[in-house]
Design a protein around this ligand. Sequence first.
Ligand SMILES: Nc1ncnc2c1ncn2[C@@H]1O[C@H](COP(=O)(O)OP(=O)(O)OP(=O)(O)O)[C@@H](O)[C@H]1O
Length: 233
Amino acid sequence: MKVFTIRNLCKTYHTGEVDVHALRDVSLDVDSGEFIVLLGPSGSGKSTLLNIIGGLDVPSSGQVLFGDQDLSAASESALTAYRRRHVGFVFQFYNLIPSLTVRENVALVTDIVSDPMPVDEAVDRVGLTPRRDHFPAQLSGGEQQRVAIARAIVKRPAVLLCDEPTGALDYETGKLVLDVIERINVELATTAIVITHNAAIAGMADRVVRLGDGRILGIENNAHKLRPAELSW
Ligand SMILES: Nc1ncnc2c1ncn2[C@@H]1O[C@H](COP(=O)(O)OP(=O)(O)OP(=O)(O)O)[C@@H](O)[C@H]1O
């Protein structure tokens, strides 16, 4: 089943006299349950594409369908509802609330969605049950990122969109976080789209989409996916 149909997507930012073409004629289909890695150098359009898929930004032209909902023609309030119901975001920095514990940071989301998973289940799925009453300052960077993942998945989103989720983490901690994202993808069948600069991470994807200068340069299928523990960089 297809979750996203992306056709001829263009995004141009007008800043002063200059037009920046962040996306140029991007077309892509994403199947439900897929694990996609978006790879490309800085400025190639990865975040712009992820933000449009996640309903945080709108294209200049072209179309994005989520199932049969046309996100490119959606109102602001329809996009808000879409993000709230269907999208879990994970960013490079964790954006946790320092005065709330792990459980409380995750529980915040459950107030604004219907049919969330139990908070303790979300915390358990990221391996933080022993730390659930701790505050963010008492956790390592990798643990804080796992809280951010628990917060993203507690609403049972259709898609998990991750923008450089390991960008601020060291090697081993980064792998632990990738392991959690992989497990969510497999166990909950959540479609995962992960942005990275790091070509080694591409080995764990079903498909690798390479972006350059706002265009898709190539798409590769991994015949044999690697576990995060098997990746090295
Ligand atoms: N709000 C904005 N206003 C103007 N230009 C922007 C804006 N957002 C992005 N751009 C430009 O669009 C291009 C693509 O940016 P984008 O952030 O999508 O790239 P990226 O591949 O995610 O880069 P990075 O890996 O550095 O995060 C860049 O040239 C960037 O400067």
